[in-house]
Design a protein around this ligand. Sequence first.
Ligand code: ADP
Ligand code: ZN
Length: 607
Amino acid sequence: MTSEIGARALHVLETVFGYPAFRGQQADIVEHVASGGDALVLMPTGGGKSLCYQIPALLRDGVGVVVSPLIALMQDQVDALEEVGVRAAFLNSTQTFEETLRIERLVRSGEIDLVYVAPERLLTQRCLELFDVSPISLFAIDEAHCVSQWGHDFRPEYIRLSVLHERYPGIPRIALTATADLQTREEIAHRLQLDDARKFVSSFDRPNIRYSIVEKTTGRKQLLDFISSEHPQDSGIVYCLSRKKVEETADFLNEHGIRALPYHAGMEYSQRAANQSRFLREDNITMVATIAFGMGIDKPDVRYVCHLDLPKSLEGYYQETGRAGRDGLPASAWMAYGLQDVVLQRRMIDESEADETFKRVLSMKLDAMLGLCETLSCRRMRLLDYFGERSGPCGNCDTCLIPPIQVDGTVPMQKLLSAIYRVDQRFAAGHVIDVLRGAQTERISQWHHDKLTVYGVGADRSEQEWRAIVRQAIALGFVTVDHDAFSSLKLTDAARPVLKGEQKVQLRQYQKPVKAKRPSSRAAGSYEELELSRSEQAIFERLRTWRMGTAREHGVPAYVVFQDATLREIAKVKPGSLDALRGVSGVGEKKLVSYGDEIVAIINEMM
Ligand code: ADP
Ligand code: ZN
């Protein structure tokens, strides 16, 4: 960045936020918006979207208005800004009338840099009239995908945000989202009247996240093993489909020594908020939640995100797993998935109130999700490909680390398909597998299925193996699960060439789950540099304890004081003076004044 505004932006980045350089497209976005341009920013979670509007708001005259749907998080966002010396406030329904009046005065006189508002608040006559007479530097529309009626975060008020364009045509607007699919992008541009805005589309890759998907057997027990062996001291999120399962899983983890808290929309608001707040503030908590949890959660050191149930779409999966590792340090995305998940999701689509077109969309999304689960190639390649990005094998997912063994599965697939055909496509997977394995059940005798030619032809394989084949048959499109009450398996047209022996089928042979401890070289990047020796580890732990106490005193989340990455760098650099500390990434001028002496004292005491 060579322009004058670019130089000023870099200065703010260094002195206020304490970072030495912009990341990715941040520099271009900041320069464009600070110069008065409109922007649509698509960046993955953890990409650094906040600075894209915070720095332009500091560079331009007046108050930057940030529209965000997340009232519960506004306090933390404002606290984080105040920690670095930015004058920020919010306007929302949790405030007293006096407080509202005070903030409104500050906005009108331009005495603050940023104000956060919820969309429903912004759309009130009172708020619009306030902004009419206030010096506004820009409007930032965060979580802009909430405007999309197709997504699960839809907020009707977002559609009315086109008022900003009509009412304040000269004020730059920047809309931001981490939702990657093309349909949502176009909907955002169109509905927010940002068709003419410059689009900044970043790579959606999150190289520090390791993806793994295991075959579900015991579910919860597998989860416990994963957390205890890979992330015993870390914060993480576990997603479940139902409220009941959230509660049960949280109880189970607690009984086994993992500090877990539940979160779902059926809980009392106060309890939910309290759990969220503990998760944000404390270290080493596992949040067990429905997808109601997570949007806008800025916690940078979430080390793992687990799915105990199959997500509905790759968009959802990517958004949820993206909450891991925002700080760029190694993180895990782990999922356990089984045939029952497919059956359940199919049924949910069929039983939903949606019209046929919408059901078809849901069905296609689910197919893409299954494709990822059953893929024989790199998970990341597959994911990025879905979002329109080409890439090569990543070296940091389960299929790259321990490539699945491919076997010619033509014969077992034919057996399965003919068994489905022979039982008149009227039975679910369990019964079809019983027939194949030659089981003796009441239903089999009742329907005389022991007389079929396929009876017992698959006795050489376990039920588990057959389930894996059924899943792949569904993922490969040979079989569908019917909407009838029994979830019967049905053949598609694609099954014919396989049955006739005209098409060969490659299947994946399941193996024991990956248990690789070391991050791969590619993902390690920043981490290797921050790898700590034993004495440095002791300093890091000491700094963490100091941080917890300080955060508690100030009533802010620990990461608002300093992030793990910053504390690790301090432990490595061991700055003996304020000047040396100033050079650490994440230490800006204000934090240097607030905490510098204490940090330097800790370092000197431990040297
Ligand atoms: P997003 O909103 O896109 O998910 P954030 O704005 O929360 O991402 O930023 C993610 C993390 O990256 C935060 O911890 C933030 O402090 C850090 N970060 C952002 N930009 C930079 C930068 N230029 N240099 C260093 N760290 C950065
Ligand atoms: Zn890979």
